[in-house]
Design a protein around this ligand. Structure first.
Ligand SMILES: NC(=O)c1ccc[n+]([C@@H]2O[C@H](COP(=O)([O-])OP(=O)(O)OC[C@H]3O[C@@H](n4cnc5c(N)ncnc54)[C@H](O)[C@@H]3O)[C@@H](O)[C@H]2O)c1
Length: 244
């Protein structure tokens, strides 16, 4: 049975992605560091292996890699958001974001290269529109996600010879716990205004693209950075005064 390994699988985009793989008949290794959420969600699903692991901790990651033999798709989705001005982002806040969002993607991928090569598997890294466009308050988060995009291209170029594909999905805003912790009502209204489709996306709309990138239909797609953002990235000079 094909196996997907999804990090940050206990809720949000990772949980929706897990459920889509299950619907397609895959087995899913659900990785998360939130034991309570992981245990309760996994208990409601068949064909999953929940694994408590913090992706920023090399020992924990390598222990998991010892236990999991087959990986056809690796979804590096675990992420944290912390919005703050540059002057207030002290080194510990910066590091906490980088540890999970960037180091985690590096460590988990490195640990599963052999398994992915054996399966001629696919990697999908989850970045963000915040990595494509600069913004106030996102010095750590935005920079970590820009790093994920560059890391994806490094992985695609170097691991292609092993038959491994690596792509990156940049979600626009989705109403998950992560987003709602940092999106005030003002930010929500501004996103609706700035996004051509005038709304937030859903977890499933992001998962649809993630699972497509792991499917045989995407067998010649690698090294790509794909926004799933309601058209946000396409907007240039989005002056309200220029609208009809
Ligand atoms: N929701 C959005 O608007 C949005 C937009 C762009 C990008 N993203 C990205 O999508 C991904 C998923 O976000 P979400 O909105 O579903 O968030 P979420 O907070 O709902 O889920 C994230 C999950 O990751 C887990 N996690 C966090 N750090 C971890 C670590 N070090 N080790 C293991 N598990 C860890 C959390 O426990 C949680 O279950 C993130 O990478 C996020 O940056 C989200």
């Amino acid at each position: 049975m094909k196996t997907a390994l999804v990090t940050g699988a206990a809720r949000g985009i990772g949980l929706a992605t897990t459920k889509q793989f299950l619907q397609k008949g895959w087995h899913v290794v659900m990785i998360d560091r939130d034991e309570e959420a992981l245990t309760s969600e996994a208990a409601q699903l068949d064909q999953v292996t929940p694994v408590l692991c913090d992706v920023s901790q090399i020992k924990q990651v390598n222990d998991v890699a010892q236990r999991i033999e087959r990986v056809d798709a690796l979804i590096n989705n675990a992420g944290v958001a912390d919005f703050g001005p540059i002057e207030d982002t002290d080194l510990s806040r910066w590091r906490a974001v980088m540890d999970t969002n960037l180091d985690g993607v590096f460590l988990v991928t490195q640990a599963f290269v052999s398994a992915l090569a054996a399966a001629k598997g696919a990697i999908v890294n989850i970045a963000s529109i915040s990595g494509l466009r600069a913004s106030t308050l996102r010095v750590a988060y935005g920079t970590s996600k820009a790093g994920v995009m560059a890391l994806t291209q490094q992985q695609a170029v170097e691991l292609g010879e092993k038959g491994i594909r690596a792509n990156c999905v940049c979600p626009g805003p989705v109403r998950t716990k992560l987003a709602m912790a940092v999106h005030t009502q003002d930010i929500i209204d501004a996103y609706h205004d700035a996004i051509p489709l005038n709304r937030y996306g859903s977890e499933d709309e992001i998962a649809n693209v993630i699972t497509f990138l792991c499917s045989p239909e995407a067998s010649f797609v690698t090294g790509q950075i794909i926004s799933v953002d309601g058209g946000f990235e396409a907007t240039g000079i989005g002056l309200p005064a220029l609208r009809r």
